[in-house]
Write a protein that binds this ligand. Structure first.
Ligand code: ATP
Ligand code: MG
Length: 317
């Protein structure tokens, strides 16, 4: 089915990113609650239509670890993209036990109660790695934007990836405006994009981003020092030349080894998705009983206690 704006009721804003905003919407004809992403692009109509056509391959991206795509359309210079609504939001808001990374205090980071328990961390990592493996094997695409805000979770405890790079034209249009303050880019990708303008990074760059995201989940905050947030150059220098981040105390040797393998500076030494799935850290997940539903519920409760709602209702009028 095709989706258009006339059939949609906007319920509220779920979040804002660098390129636009995401709203919770109700699609009347199907009765399905969706998340609608609005991306404002200064492109002519033929380019916008090209993007819509490229996004069409998302209809083939059906896997338990991938957020379902419902359809996309354009209005004026905006692309609207409708996907499965994930009712617990993105992982960045659940870490630190529901404390937003930016609100996490030094002592919170030391509090084991707020730490993501290893079995939960393992289950999330396994889902992310399987999702990325699916994208690579079935759709021949790399994600290009692995980070906690692009890993979504719902109250059923399902973990799914969104915002992967399916449309070359969309990537190109976004790249120009992208100056993030917290980079998940692998060292070789930073070098390739800044030195030779001609990106030459590969799928193993996503493996770096997986490693960095795991460390962020475990620590509850972006792993490079806050001094580097305001200075893009200092941060990129730290990523390229500094020591790779590590997990906080309390995680197993297997977990530490897994992260260290992902965060090797030399992309050729990083494991493939197949190898990562066979790492003892993820093998231990296979038969483990993990109460994801309980963990999500507890994290959402803590988030609510801190007055951070997952949905900012839109003011009428
Ligand atoms: P960037 O712009 O760098 O990609 P981002 O991922 O935070 O950063 P968006 O992709 O625009 O930005 O998403 C904004 C927020 O909306 C996310 O942080 C997430 O919490 C929320 N969000 C996105 N998609 C969904 C979804 N399908 N269901 C529920 N919440 C979502
Ligand atoms: Mg996103």
């Amino acid at each position: 089915f095709k989706i258009n704006m006339d059939e949609i009721e906007v319920e509220g804003e779920l979040g804002k990113g660098n390129y636009g905003s995401v709203h919770k919407v109700f699609h009347r004809p199907t009765g399905v609650m969706m998340a609608m992403k609005e991306i404002r692009l200064e492109l002519d109509e033929s380019k916008l239509n090209g993007i819509i056509m490229e996004l069409d391959i998302l209809h083939r991206a059906k896997a338990p670890e991938i957020v379902e795509f419902f359809g996309a359309f354009t209005i004026e210079s905006c692309v609207y993209y409708c996907m499965e609504y994930m009712d617990a939001g993105s992982l960045d808001t659940l870490t630190g036990g529901g404390v937003l990374a930016k609100d996490l205090k030094e002592e919170d980071a030391e509090n084991p109660e707020l730490r993501v328990p290893e079995p939960v961390l393992r289950r999330i990592t396994a889902a992310v790695v399987r999702g990325l493996g699916f994208l690579k094997d079935e759709l021949q695409i790399m994600h290009r934007d692995v980070k906690p805000t692009n890993v979504l979770i719902n109250k059923k405890g399902e973990i799914k990836l969104c915002d992967f790079g399916v449309s070359g034209q969309l990537e190109k249009s976004l790249a120009k405006t992208n100056i993030g303050c917290q980079s998940y880019m692998a060292p070789e990708r930073i070098k390739s994009e800044t030195v030779n303008q001609n990106p030459t990074y590969t799928v193993s760059s996503d493996v770096w981003s997986v490693g960095l995201s795991i460390v962020e989940l475990a620590k509850g905050c972006y792993p490079y020092p806050p001094e580097t947030f305001a200075n893009v150059f200092a941060q990129l220098t730290a990523i390229v030349n500094g020591a790779a981040p590590t997990l906080p105390k309390g995680y197993s040797d297997d977990a530490n080894d897994f992260v260290a393998k992902c965060l090797q500076k030399d992309p050729n030494r990083r494991p493939t998705y197949g190898e990562l799935l066979q790492h003892p850290f993820l093998v231990a997940d296979i038969d483990a009983e993990v109460d994801m539903v309980g963990w999500v519920a507890a994290a959402l409760e803590r988030r609510a206690e801190r007055g951070i709602s997952s949905l900012n209702p839109i003011q009428a009028g």
